[in-house]
Write a protein that binds this ligand. Structure first.
Ligand SMILES: *Cc1c(COP(=O)(O)O)cnc(C)c1O
Length: 477
């Protein structure tokens, strides 16, 4: 065959699609048994990486062979879709969302401007409004935008806040965040033209929550010194420990000081669907804007974030733009063009990947899964607190449990020795390859963390994880 036609015929489409579907169903059905991490083999990895750097051939390939190569590449990776992914912030990736994406990509409707595909734009808007109003509790009239991830959501909000607070002159613009904020917050400020020296780290209380009085004092001191405070960013679930800042108090500070109040709820926001999460995220509805990451706690595949805002006009004011090539475009049914609410224009109808799972499974299925994650994290917390040799510094607000080796004896290097033990403990735990944990630094101490978020993680895996952790602590202490 000289060419594989770019437009396969019906029989070929069915055959190709069937091959891919079979692969995916097999892989997904095997997830519980698959190792959580690849075998460490640097030489094999280098060979594989090199092979994949090759440019495409002129001649056609064979789908079965190509799929086998894809499997090899996917196997040489953290098993981020599996139940044992307890590192960083997992997401899992819903099968229904993958199907939705296949559909979306095949019909290939345009998602940048509402009037090109109005009903699909309405579908996407329904997802955004649900996130803004039902999930986050923002008022009628709130809305937002689906983005590629949390970083892009925070950047989009930072530009809107800057536009409202500073106008075109960015001189002295100052942003307030905390030491436990995700690095995307400071990055967004820098990308938005704010000097690194004007990104303030507000002090936190010993329980790692941003201190509202310290935020107020910092804003006032800067204003007195001639700077222009315009944005306060709080956490609704930090990446390190899942800690929720005192949102009502911080909202009050922002209101009184006249700065935009953004809440980074990339990890934590969807827990508001549960009764416990609703309680722990009090004050979230007072935000001007909120970052969510459906690819984390709504279990969607990577590549979907969301920004929800109280005042959609503020997004439009900062991001609206037009060109003569768009002169035929009308607004329809009060549904804003996504291309005017953020930096992107051409894109897929991003909402289908959330809409299909939400409508197929129903919201209660998500609520129950998130409730289960809170239960599992509480179970880990209870169990690890009872393990001699470990310290568990914080009761989890949501579904992250941080722990580390307890220093033994005193003397100046007791803490350094405990940190070294924690480091070894992580390596020994992960060497089982049944699940994978990651580490961070909390109050200067090397700390391991269990983050329970995947919809595929259930009690059996968590009990196995508790057993392995306990066993390894006993071996090294
Ligand atoms: C993951 C995360 C982000 C960044 O989101 P991306 O989707 O990775 O860009 C921001 N903030 C918090 C709290 C996060 O957990």
């Amino acid at each position: 065959m000289r060419h594989f036609p770019l437009e396969p015929d019906r029989a070929a489409m069915t055959e190709l699609g069937g091959l891919v579907l079979d692969r995916i169903v097999d892989r997904t059905a095997q997830l519980a048994e698959r190792p959580a991490t690849p075998l460490p083999d640097r030489d094999a990895e280098a060979a594989l990486v090199n092979a994949f750097l090759a440019a495409p051939p002129d001649r056609p390939g064979d789908l079965k062979t190509l799929l086998a190569r894809l499997d090899e590449a996917a196997d040489h990776a953290l098993e981020t879709a599996g139940p044992g992914h307890l590192a960083y912030i997992p997401g899992g990736g819903l099968f229904a969302s993958a199907l939705a994406e296949f559909y979306t990509r095949a019909v290939n409707r345009y998602g940048g401007v509402t009037s090109v595909a109005p009903a699909l734009a309405a579908l996407e808007e329904s997802v955004v409004r649900w996130m803004a109003r039902d999930v986050c509790g923002l008022p009628e009239g709130s809305g937002g935008l689906l983005t590629s991830g949390g970083s892009m959501a925070t950047f989009t909000a930072t530009v809107a806040a800057r536009h409202r607070g500073l106008g075109e002159d960015l001189t002295g613009g100052t942003v307030y965040t905390s030491a436990s904020a995700h690095h995307s917050v400071a990055k967004a400020a820098r990308l938005a033209g704010i000097r690194a020296a004007h990104i303030r780290t507000v002090a936190h209380t010993p329980d790692l929550r941003m201190d509202p009085e310290a935020a107020r004092a910092a804003i006032r001191a800067d204003r007195a010194a001639g700077l222009r405070p315009f944005l306060l960013v709080a956490n609704a679930g930090t990446t390190d420990t899942g800690t929720v800042d005192p949102l009502p108090e911080l909202a009050a500070v922002a209101r009184e000081e006249g700065v935009w109040f953004h809440v980074d709820a990339a990890y934590g926001g969807f827990f508001r669907l549960t009764a416990r999460g609703h309680e722990r995220l009090t004050g979230l509805p007072e935000a001007d804007s909120i970052t969510l990451d459906p690819h984390k706690t709504l279990f969607l595949p990577f590549g979907t974030g969301a920004l929800v805002v109280r005042d959609v006009a503020a997004l439009h004011a900062a991001h609206g733009a037009t060109g003569s090539y768009l002169q035929d475009v009308d607004s329809i049914g009060g549904i804003p063009d996504s291309g005017h609410l953020g930096p992107e224009l051409s894109r897929e109808i991003r909402g289908v990947r959330a809409w299909l799972p939400l409508h197929l499974h129903g919201v209660d299925a998500f609520r129950a899964a998130l409730d289960e994650k809170l239960d599992l994290a509480a179970r880990v917390y209870q169990a690890l607190r009872g393990v001699a040799g470990l310290e568990v510094p914080l009761r989890p607000d949501l579904s992250v449990v941080a722990f580390r080796c307890r220093p033994t004896g005193d003397g100046p290097d007791a803490v350094a020795r405990a940190d070294a033990s924690s480091r070894r403990l992580l390596a020994r735990i992960n060497a089982h390859r049944r699940f994978v944990l990651s580490s961070t630094v909390i109050d200067g101490r090397y700390t391991l963390r269990v983050c329970v978020v995947s919809h595929r993680t259930h009690e059996d895996l968590i009990d196995e994880a508790i057993d392995i952790i306990t066993e390894e602590v006993q071996k090294i202490t």
